[in-house]
Design a protein. Structure first.
Length: 109
């Protein structure tokens, strides 16, 4: 800050036609030029934080969905296996029934 004051005092000494307002406007212009890219860095930082947060949420959601899919696949496998076992038992029962009917002199179904 002291350097800034000394620089502007030197400017007033070298260019006496400048007013304090001129110096203040010059200072603001220089500060604006120096700081113009800082906003972009802040915006990038904020954007990066948002992306990381979204990535974390999506990763969590993905894990949950994979878990649910695994449970559904397991359930489908159990139901399919149960259905196949029931079908096999029905075929076996029908075969036994036909064998009993045939042995008793009945008609085979």
């Amino acid at each position: 800050m002291i350097k800034t004051i000394l620089v502007f005092a030197a400017l007033l000494k070298k260019f006496p036609e400048l007013t304090q307002d001129d110096i203040a406007n010059l200072r603001q212009s220089i500060a604006g030029e120096v700081n113009k890219d800082k906003q972009a860095v802040v915006d990038n930082s904020t954007l990066l934080q948002q992306l990381q947060s979204t990535n974390t949420q999506l990763t969590t959601e993905n894990a949950s969905l994979k878990d649910q899919l695994s449970k559904v696949q397991s359930l489908i496998a159990v139901v399919a296996n149960s259905t196949q076992t029931t079908d096999n038992n029905q075929v076996a029962a029908a075969s036994t029934s036909n064998a009993v009917n045939t042995a008793q002199g009945g008609v085979q179904v």
